[in-house]
Write a protein that binds this ligand. Structure first.
Ligand SMILES: Cc1cc2nc3c(=O)[nH]c(=O)nc-3n(C[C@H](O)[C@H](O)[C@H](O)COP(=O)(O)OP(=O)(O)OC[C@H]3O[C@@H](n4cnc5c(N)ncnc54)[C@H](O)[C@@H]3O)c2cc1C
Length: 512
């Protein structure tokens, strides 16, 4: 993975000439911006005591405690646009002092014991794809890389449950499950690099959520190592035995402990998925069609509707709707008979565009992050944000986010799509391109967070809270909600070593 950007450098995408022209002539995007060389990245001076390093090495082995320049750089922050912009400038001031790689649950527990004793903060690190400031380390902090917890532990094909370790990257998990004819069906855009533990810790949702549900829907059980000991949760598919503590861990972003094992619902791999495109006159008409599909229970596995701007710009599919044509593109991916869904889409005014737009979407479904790298290199600021709300409130949320972005950023390009739908509502996912720099973007993001809260949306449908959303999250759950989470953290993590600052703002580890 590129340390200063996304993914495999060999898959880098050249910007098409039309986009370069659009950026320069219409948006006033300035000069290309080169990333510094890896050796030039500036790291903070480590402050971890030699005694702590020796004790950590005694737990995981000296080879699995890394303090070299590249390891620290590669575990600095996540992959949001501000993260990447800072990294491209050579600013790794939030780098961990060391990267620790445990091999299993018991080692994680012992690492947490050592870190509690030495008051060393721990940032669990999965695939490193957080876009909400979930991986901020700094002096005296270690990154706990879960990459060695990468096994498929067991498969129960009678219950359709598989136990997997959290450090497995999504493609590796799919490959291991495929040997049993199974799939998770979880394909977020960060699929290539994100891990199962990260999906659970940040409540991820993938491109096939209409058919397979969100990641948290798939978790039937999990094991967590905390500084206060282990939790093993989930012994039946559903239970009336009190509040469901699994829900306290899902979305906890490493603030309470480390997920060391996941029991996940799996499904048989589909024999084929048929993708197709539909055109709707307006975003409103397309979203009404999606609502009917969700409420009538005839959802395809993949369902995604681009608004007019996203359709036009062709981040959706340039070849699907010819240039100059208006309308909104909907992509549907069917694993079962498409008849019922197609009938609803046609009844709602959709025009069938055939298989080509679907095929093109499938071909480019993981390509957008590579395009972002090229846009950043060209001097543009491009970032995404997301929210969710009930159907009746969705137009208000859509307008609130767009108006705020325009008010804050001058004339940005704002695109939106819906790709996660429920009977009661949906998420809105925005992509913003602007000629403004990082400080202006960060100010705009704060304003959008406030606008989302005011318009009654959630601060995140699937990216999580991290540090970037902690203030808005506090408003969303209220002071009593924050106090409850603090009390849980205090019980599980009395020294406050677990990923301080994410989820709920809290003081750094106590000085003892
Ligand atoms: C280009 C791009 C596209 C994206 N697309 C999507 C998308 O389509 N859908 C989506 O849901 N998200 C998406 N994301 C966001 C991100 O991929 C998800 O939040 C994902 O769940 C993070 O997984 P990860 O393994 O990279 O976790 P990390 O980024 O390493 O960690 C995320 C958070 O979880 C904590 N954590 C990680 N592992 C554990 C563990 N085992 N135990 C406890 N805490 C842990 C970390 O400390 C951190 O706070 C995207 C991100 C990028 C950069």
């Amino acid at each position: 993975m590129l340390w200063s950007g996304w993914g495999d450098p060999a898959k880098a995408r050249e910007l098409p000439d039309q986009i370069r022209t659009l950026l320069r002539d219409l948006m006033g995007v300035g000069e290309p911006v080169e990333a510094v060389a890896l050796e030039e990245v500036r790291l903070p001076r480590p402050t971890l005591s030699p005694a702590a390093l020796v004790e950590l090495a005694a737990v995981v082995g000296a080879a699995h405690v890394r303090t070299d320049h590249e390891s620290r750089v590669r575990h600095t922050r996540g992959k949001s646009t501000p993260d990447l912009m800072r990294m491209r400038e050579g600013d790794a001031s939030d780098a961990p002092d060391a990267v620790v790689l445990p091999a299993g649950h018991e080692e994680v527990l012992r690492v947490l014991e050592v870190c509690s004793a030495h008051r060393v903060a721990v940032v669990p690190f999965g695939g490193g794809t957080s876009v909400v400031g979930g991986l901020v380390a700094g002096q005296g902090v270690v990154a706990l890389d879960l990459g060695r917890l990468d096994r498929l532990v067991s498969v129960d094909t009678e219950s359709m449950v598989a136990e997997l370790e959290p450090g497995l990257r999504a493609p590796d998990a799919e490959r291991l499950l495929a040997e049993h004819g199974l799939t998770l069906g979880h394909f977020p855009q960060s699929y290539e690099y994100a891990t199962l533990g990260g999906f659970a810790a940040a409540r991820s949702s993938g491109q096939a959520s209409a058919g397979y549900g969100r990641f948290d829907d798939m978790v039937v059980g999990l094991t967590v190592a905390t500084p206060s000991g282990a939790l093993d949760l989930g012994r039946a598919p559903k239970s009336a035995a009190g509040p469901d503590l699994r829900q306290l861990v899902l979305g906890s972003e490493g603030a309470f402990g480390v997920i060391t094992s996941l029991r996940l619902r799996v499904r048989r791999r589909p024999s084929a998925t048929v993708y197709e495109g539909w055109r709707f006159e307006t975003f409103q008409a397309g979203s009404a069609a999606m609502r009917r599909l969700a409420q009538e229970g005839v959802l395809p596995a993949v369902l995604r509707l681009s608004d007019e701007t996203e359709t036009m710009i062709g981040l959706a599919r340039p070849e699907a709707i010819g240039s100059g044509d208006s309308g909104c593109l909907l992509i549907a991916g069917h694993e079962k008979d498409r008849g019922a869904a197609a009938a609803v889409l046609a009844e709602q005014g959709g025009a069938h565009l055939g298989a080509e737009p679907g095929r093109a979407w499938e071909h480019g479904r993981f390509a957008a992050p590579y395009l972002r790298d090229s846009l950043l290199a060209a001097g543009a600021t491009v970032e995404t944000l997301e929210t969710a709300g009930f159907w009746s409130n969705l137009p208000r949320l859509y307008d609130a986010v767009r108006l705020t972005l325009h008010a804050e950023l001058g004339s940005p390009l704002v695109m939106c799509h819906i790709s996660h739908v429920y009977e009661t509502g949906a998420s809105l996912y925005f992509t913003v391109v602007t000629n403004q720099g990082l400080p202006e973007w960060e100010r705009a993001k704060r304003a959008v967070n406030e606008a989302i809260v005011t318009a009654g949306g959630t601060i995140s449908h699937h990216h999580g809270v991290g540090r970037d959303h902690s203030q808005a999250y506090a408003e969303e759950i209220g002071p009593l909600g924050v106090e409850i989470l603090r009390a849980v953290k205090q019980r599980l993590d009395p020294q406050g070593i677990m990923n301080p600052g994410v989820l709920i703002a809290c003081p750094p580890p106590s000085a003892g």
